[in-house]
Ligand binder design. Sequence first.
Ligand SMILES: [Zn+2]
Length: 261
Amino acid sequence: MKTISTFLFICTITFCNSQILKKQIPDKLVVLTFDDAPASHYSIVAPLLKDYGFGATFFVCEFPPNYKDSTLYMNWRQIKMLDKLGFEVANHTRTHANVTKLTQAQFNEELEYIENKCDSLNILKPTNFAYPGYGLNSKVLDFLDKKRYVFARAGGSRVYDPLIDHPYLIPSWAIDENNKTEIMAALDKAKKGKIIILTFHGIPDMEHPWVNTPPRLFKEYLKYLSDHKFKVISLKDLNNYINTDKAKETIVVDMNKPLKN
Ligand SMILES: [Zn+2]
């Protein structure tokens, strides 16, 4: 009896795995994400990523109050260039809103502003989301689902396991100028089906020094990823590996895991 139930258990697990995963997650798979649309994403980050042939996701917003200052933030023409260069432009709300405080209508308005802006500039429609300030609750997950978003990135400083973590609770590590040891240890965990998601802010970040990454350090990370043959992709590229509809059907939302950085 025990043997049969063990056999059934293994079959169920294997079946679920094969349903959620379209193909095996390779070791050394890393997703790079960049938040808040600081000017350095256009001037420094994009050219370096291009040199290495790396993919990336840029979660854009109009960060108040200074988003119009082009010494601090990208303008929409520059965001359009990121799209043109093949990077993913994704949604971080219009105003970097704490989405836990919004009604569904307000939330949709925040998302749709970015969607409409992209549409008017012929930028591919954003399908992925990052929670501003890591603010999230189950109500927001429901809003995202109604808007048919695919992935939503949070924090939590832990690996992403596509068989365990819900697509709306994608964990990530946030990089700053003082956590290189932690990030290097994290990269070491990109194996056995686990994916490492990194969150960068400005490189450098003039307005938010607590999430600053000096360009020198950023270049070190890129060189390390390249030298050690990591596969570096955007969040959207994970669609090649993960059947998110199946994952949303199967994986229970667990809000008790660490989700903030
Ligand atoms: Zn942000």
